[in-house]
Design a protein around this ligand. Structure first.
Ligand code: HEC
Ligand code: HEC
Ligand code: HEC
Length: 127
């Protein structure tokens, strides 16, 4: 019995998704410059509700923090976040602060992802 429980625990740990999937993505290509707080996209919160394909294929989100040119015109037009945050599938764009909730001047990055840690360990790699 005990052996089986231990094995199960090890397998569970093995199957846990990589930290990048849990991370929040801070998106700040334009926000600071426009006087808005940076956007925080809670990736895990969304990932448990939708398949990767919905966002990364159907909605065209690039697999890269900050890799999409997102602005409010596009969102109101139903692109990117606006495909869902339209007051039907999810609360709508009036709730500025729910998305623009980052600390001012936080650069675009994935919070607590493997990539972030690697970059911190090897700062010379940064452009
Ligand atoms: C569903 C999430 C969401 C909501 C709600 C939202 N935004 Fe944004 N907004 C974004 C994202 C994502 C970006 C791109 C961020 C970046 O790259 O800096 C953005 C960018 C912006 C920008 C800079 C680009 C541009 O379009 O000029 C401004 C200004 C802005 N938002 C204002 C607002 C205001 C004002 C509200 C409320 C009326 C609002 N946003 C609500 C997600 C949201
Ligand atoms: C609700 C939409 C949504 C879903 C579902 C989703 N993602 Fe994402 N993903 C995003 C957004 C938005 C970003 C950040 C893009 C940006 O900053 O412009 C992102 C970023 C990423 C990144 C880049 C992180 C980095 O280090 O730069 C990876 C990798 C990723 N997603 C993988 C996945 C995988 C794998 C799944 C399914 C298990 C998934 N995503 C599901 C919206 C989604
Ligand atoms: C595929 C649909 C979809 C897309 C695309 C999407 N969201 Fe969401 N989002 C949701 C749903 C559904 C909820 C839950 C709404 C609720 O609880 O009423 C949510 C909730 C949130 C929350 C609140 C999380 C919490 O802890 O309560 C934030 C913040 C958010 N979204 C930001 C964004 C931003 C920023 C983008 C674009 C980069 C985005 N979302 C794109 C569907 C989406």
């Amino acid at each position: 019995m005990f052996k089986h429980a231990l094995l199960a625990a090890v397998l569970l740990a093995w199957a846990a998704p990589s930290p990048a999937e849990y991370g929040d993505v801070v998106i700040n290509n334009y926000s600071d410059a426009a006087g808005m707080r940076p956007v925080i996209f809670p990736h895990w919160f969304h990932r448990v509700r939708f398949r990767c394909k919905v966002c990364h294929a159907d909605l065209g989100f690039q697999f890269k923090a900050g890799g999409n040119q997102i602005n409010m015109l596009k969102i109101i037009d139903g692109q990117f976040c606006g495909a869902c945050h339209n007051g039907e599938l999810a609360w709508s764009v009036e709730n500025c602060n729910l998305c623009h909730s980052g600390k001012p001047r936080t650069p675009t990055h994935v919070h607590e992802s493997t990539l972030t840690k690697l970059e911190a360990a090897a700062p010379a790699r940064k452009p």
